[in-house]
Write a protein that binds this ligand. Structure first.
Ligand code: PRP
Ligand code: URA
Length: 207
């Protein structure tokens, strides 16, 4: 298990933009996508490669291709905001979906939807959700994926709280965690501080 905070100037700059309370839906969504694309570029650095024989206009040549398929699994709704950004970097990736909402009182996650490509058992599975708060949603999503046979799972989020990182790494020590930032704490309502507020609402303009 590893926790990687992606230390990249462009990621930090764009993250500052989405943290600002005055950033509106259109710019918020665009920056989330761009950050997710940059994160995908960094995370895929060590994806396994296989040798392939190709023919250039000049000659036959041995070159390299990514050896494993990739499946992106956004946790609805907010994970959708990151999906197109990752697909712009890995356009051959398939996409599965997990619908979870967090009860506002208990903060417990509730499942309402699941749909996965059959290749999740042999693919690199990127679970994406911008906010790792208590960690309950991430743990539940990964439980669902493991039940369906996924083995190589990585969690990709924008902002994490220490509480969420702890819960996720204890529940799923085999899952590497990638974040754009590790924030200070959760407040009494279970929101990340300083955070960026309610990510789903800010992405889709629902408040
Ligand atoms: C948010 C967020 C995560 C979850 C994180 O979703 O997108 O899925 O909360 O909180 P946790 O780590 O404490 O589980 P929310 O339940 O608000 O649903 P939404 O994306 O549909 O708005
Ligand atoms: N979900 C959000 O959208 N934001 C938080 O800070 C915590 C959970």
């Amino acid at each position: 298990m590893s926790v990687t905070i992606l230390n990249h100037s462009l990621i930090k700059h764009k993250l500052t933009n989405i943290r600002k309370k005055e950033t509106k839906t259109k710019d918020f969504y665009q920056h989330v996508q761009e950050i997710a694309g940059l994160m995908a570029y960094e995370i895929s650095r060590d994806f396994p490669l296989k040798k392939v024989e190709i023919e250039t206009p000049m000659c036959k040549s041995i070159q390299y291709e990514v050896a494993q398929d990739v499946v992106i699994v956004p946790i609805l709704r907010a994970g959708l905001g990151m999906t197109e950004g990752i697909r712009s970097m890995i356009p051959t990736a398939k996409v599965g979906f997990i619908g979870l909402y967090r009860d506002e009182e208990t903060l417990e996650p509730h499942e309402y939807y699941a749909k996965f490509p059959s290749t999740i058992t042999s693919s690199i599975v990127l679970v994406v959700d911008p906010m790792l708060a208590t960690g309950g949603s991430a743990v539940a999503a990964i439980d669902m994926l493991k039940k369906r046979g996924a083995k190589d799972i990585r969690y990709v989020g924008l902002v994490g709280a220490p509480e969420g990182v702890k819960l996720l790494s204890n529940a799923h020590p085999d899952v590497d965690i990638y974040l754009a930032a590790l924030d200070d704490k959760l407040n009494e309502d279970g929101y990340i501080v300083p955070g960026l507020g309610d990510c789903g609402d800010r992405l889709f303009g629902t408040k």
